[in-house]
Design a binder for this molecule. Structure first.
Ligand code: ADP
Length: 331
C-alpha cells in the first residue's frame, strides 16, 4: 500500500495557448486538480503515492488516469463514472503569471465520489493522508472528504490539509469557511496561503495568523506560503515546549506560470517528511531539519513556476537537487 494517499479533484485544465488564425483564443488540454498535482509531485520525487477520486469514463477521464499512472501514482482507487462527465476548468493567465479559473463542474464526476467508493484500505494503511476543500463545495464528495479524513485520523495517519480556496466554486463564502475550519480540525499539518489565512482568521500579519491557526486547532505544523517570498513555517514544540517559527526565503525564478506551485510545494514537503518517517512531530526539536525540508519544498515550488501547466511542470528529484546546489535564498 502507498505511504501517501491524496484525495481530491482530478480534472482537465484548459490553459491559454495563443490565438488561432481566425483570431479565437486557443486552449491546451492539461491535467489539473490540486490533490492530483500534489500526488504527481510527491511520486516524481520518489514517494510511494496513491490518488483517490473520480473522473468520467470518457476520453478526458481515461487520459487523466493515464497521466497519473505515467507519473508513478497508484490509480487503483480512482473511480471512473459511466454517468457523470469529467470536470473541466479553463485557466486565465494574467501577465505576471497569476491565474484565475472558470469551472464547468456542476454534476462533474469529481463531486460525485461517495463514501462507499473510497478505497478504505488505502486510507487506513497510509502514513500520510492529504485532502483539500475543493471536493467539499458540492455533491456527495463533501461528505466523502470528511469520512476519509476521519478514517485516516482514526487509523493514525498524519493528516495534511490545504484549503485550496476557490471561492467561485462555492455558493456561499461562509459555507466555504465553515467546511474549511471543519477540515482543519482533522489536520496535523496545514498548508495555507496568505489570502486563505486572512480569510480564515481576519489576521493580516503572517506570524500572528500562523500562530493563531496552530494554537486554535492544535496543529503540529503550519506552512504559510508566501509566493516568491517562500514560506513562513511553524512547528509546535514538544510537551508545551517553545514552538518554531521560521521564515524560509524562496528562490527567484523565471516564472511563467504559477499553476501548481502550492501543490508541488506541499508534495515536496511530504516527500521529505516521509523520509523522516512521516510523523508530523519529527521537527519539534530539530529546527535545522525543518528548515531544510521547507527549503526543499520552496525549490520544488519555484521550479514548477518555470514551465507552463501544473503536472507537466513538476520537477524530478534530480532536478530539485541540482537546482538547490546552484541557489542562494532571498528574503
Ligand atoms: P499557492 O499556489 O498555494 O498560492 P504559493 O503561490 O505561495 O502557493 O506558492 C507555493 C510555493 O511555491 C512558495 O512558497 C514558493 O516556494 C514557490 N513559489 C511560488 N511562486 C513563486 C515565484 N513566482 N517564484 C519563485 N517561487 C515561487
Amino acid at each position: 500500500m502507498a505511504d501517501l494517499v491524496s484525495l481530491g479533484e482530478l480534472l482537465v485544465d484548459f490553459t491559454p495557448r495563443g490565438v488561432s488564425e481566425n483570431g479565437n483564443p486557443l486552449f491546451e488540454r492539461n491535467p489539473g486538480g490540486g490533490p492530483a498535482n500534489l500526488a504527481c509531485a510527491a511520486a516524481k520525487l520518489g514517494a510511494d503515492t496513491a490518488f483517490l477520486g473520480k473522473v468520467g469514463d470518457d476520453v478526458f477521464g481515461r487520459a487523466l488516469r493515464g497521466i497519473l499512472r505515467d507519473n508513478g501514482v497508484d490509480v487503483s482507487g480512482l473511480r471512473l463514472s459511466p454517468e457523470h462527465p469529467t470536470t473541466l476548468a479553463f485557466v486565465h493567465l494574467a501577465e505576471d503569471g497569476d491565474r484565475s479559473f472558470s469551472f464547468y463542474r456542476h454534476g462533474g464526476a469529481d463531486t460525485m465520489l461517495t463514501p462507499e467508493e473510497l478505497d478504505k484500505q488505502a486510507i487506513e494503511t497510509a502514513r500520510v493522508f492529504f485532502f483539500s476543500s475543493v471536493l467539499m463545495a458540492e455533491g456527495p464528495s463533501r461528505e466523502t472528504s470528511f469520512a476519509a479524513a476521519k478514517l485516516a485520523k482514526g487509523a493514525g495517519a498524519t493528516v495534511v490539509f490545504d484549503p485550496n480556496l476557490r471561492l467561485n466554486l462555492w455558493a456561499d463564502p461562509e459555507d466555504a469557511k465553515s467546511c474549511i475550519l471543519q477540515g482543519i480540525r482533522y489536520a496535523d499539518i496545514l498548508k495555507v496561503s496568505e489570502e486563505e489565512m486572512t480569510f480564515l482568521t481576519g489576521e493580516t500579519e503572517p506570524e500572528a495568523g500562523a500562530r493563531r491557526l496552530a494554537e486554535e486547532f492544535g496543529l503540529k505544523i503550519v506552512l504559510l506560503t508566501l509566493g516568491a517570498k517562500g514560506c513562513l513555517a511553524y512547528a509546535a514544540g514538544q510537551q508545551m515546549g517553545e514552538a518554531l517559527l521560521l521564515r524560509v526565503g524562496g528562490f527567484p525564478a523565471d516564472t511563467i506560470d504559477t499553476t501548481g506551485a502550492g501543490d508541488s510545494f506541499t508534495g515536496g514537503f511530504i516527500s521529505r517528511l516521509l523520509k523522516r518517517g512521516g510523523n508530523a512531530g519529527v521537527y519539534a526539536c530539530d529546527p535545522e531539519a525543518f528548515r531544510e525540508d521547507v527549503r526543499f519544498a520552496n525549490a520544488v515550488g519555484s521550479l514548477t513556476t518555470t514551465k507552463k501547466g501544473g503536472i507537466p511542470a513538476l520537477p524530478t528529484l534530480r532536478e530539485v537537487e541540482e537546482y538547490l546546489k546552484t541557489l542562494v535564498n532571498v528574503e
